[in-house]
Ligand binder design. Sequence first.
Ligand code: KG4
Ligand code: ZN
Length: 361
Amino acid sequence: MSLTDPPSSGTLASDCLLAIESTCDETAAAVITRDGRILGECIATQEELHQQFSGVAPEIAARAHLERLMPVIDTALKQSGLSPDRLTAIAVATHPGLPGSLLVGLSTAKALAFAWKKPLVGINHVQAHIYACGIGREINVYPCIGFVVSGGHTSLYRCETAIDWELLGGTIDDAAGEAFDKVAVMLGLPFPGGPQLSQLANLGDPTAIHFPRPLLDDPKRLDFSFSGLKTAVRYRIAGTGQQDWTRVVISETERANIAAGFQQAVVDCLVGKAVLATKRSGLARICVGGGVAANRIFRQQLQTACDQHGWELFLARPELCTDNAVMGALAWERLARGETDALDLDAQPGLLRPPMKGVRP
Ligand code: KG4
Ligand code: ZN
């Protein structure tokens, strides 16, 4: 079957949807059944395209999505063995994300929905990261404290259902993954630095260097701030007040200790605020998704904290933490309410952030 084949006629209504993900730098498609089985999946990563910039270059990301999305969808559909007429709907992440990247996914989803006469369902990428925690499990993970820790977001939500939520707090500057990536650059590691930094941290002593834990001691706030922590790492490498770390030579032990000390500071903030949010909520269940949720130390230390309090912890499987289309199964929740979107659906780029005090949204 190829995307150019017309849908065959006369088949029964099926319970599979095609989900498309293109919010940042992963181009992904998946075919998922209503009961959470993954019939086809394909992800094209763009890491090699962004490495020279040590971060995602938005225009390059959008162009790469444009080149890769149709072959990626074709691969996922072929894997599923289904023809397009068996699909119930076309789901696509429409917000938040990079404008150009979102538009490529959304226009492709609209074109397919129109050509194949299927309903279009837009989904929230951050809600999808939380939804990933329940995929492949027999139980309903809601209501819960939803915690998304990714390259763009570090946000805590009270989630009554998969799509009814309230923001409790979030980062007021960098996201945790962004801080991992930027500190990794300072330590000479390639982009995306999170996984590499955590490997380097395995060789270091997390107690050797004490970095700040911003906002952790403020019991009134469920917010995070990682920008100052990043600066503290830079000053440790280059010297207080110095900007340029690139010419500084540090020992391998110091490098590993910086990685371990930084990782521990981030994890302490993440675990501390997740515990505070859960205590306040009266709920006894946390669901954690997003790329940083793949971090081994974070997973272990959050599990220990939840065990101490007798709370349930649902972490997304590591392969479902980073961006993927399988978590687009969230669209089933909207479909169950009879919700679909019209073909004039627009993308909503940007980041979800807590409102600044005194600033109207
Ligand atoms: O969820 P994701 O794929 O994309 C966004 O929606 O942002 O998250 C990517 C982020 C990157 O910053 C990456 O460095 C970080 O997740 N990341 C990690 C680990 N694996 C991925 N950070 C720390 N430890 C990891 N093991
Ligand atoms: Zn993401």
